[in-house]
Design a protein. Structure first.
Length: 148
């Protein structure tokens, strides 16, 4: 344990604190002393006990207000966190839908490509058949001309 000598309201006090906390304790006492002196200047000399009580009430009021703000910020953070989770879920759902759409488009593309290839083969077959028939017709027509 460390010991710290502080001066409060013109009197010296020896306080103990954990090792390494001396500077923090001194900072706290400076703030309390400042509040005490501000109240003493504002209210006049109404007695040390009453000033100490009012100082303690003011410090507790500040603590209470700070605690309320921290709780409010925790609530806001929780709400933001929930909204983030909801947004994240929506993003994943959107991604999954788009991946499914892409999968379906790829499937449709392959089916269309196969259909085009089949149509092209069928068309080529028709052209070959038509060409053969025209050739046979021309050949038969020439043979008929020659035989007459």
């Amino acid at each position: 344990m460390a010991n710290v000598t502080i001066k409060f309201n013109g009197k010296e006090f020896l306080l103990s604190c954990d090792d390494g906390q001396e500077e923090h304790l001194e900072e706290l006492l400076i703030q309390i002393n400042q509040k005490f002196n501000d109240l003493k200047n504002d209210l006049g000399n109404i007695g040390e006990n009453k000033l100490l009580l009012i100082t303690a009430v003011k410090v507790m009021d500040e603590y209470h207000e700070t605690k309320k703000k921290v709780e409010q910020k925790k609530t806001e953070l929780k709400e933001l966190s929930n909204k983030f989770r909801e947004l994240k879920s929506l993003v994943y759902e959107y991604r999954d839908r788009k991946e499914e759409e892409i999968k379906n488009l790829n499937k449709n593309h392959i089916e269309l490509k196969d259909e085009i290839e089949q149509s092209q083969k069928h068309y080529e077959k028709l052209i070959d058949t038509a060409t053969d028939e025209i050739s046979n017709f021309v050949e038969n027509a020439n043979t008929d001309k020659v035989s007459r």
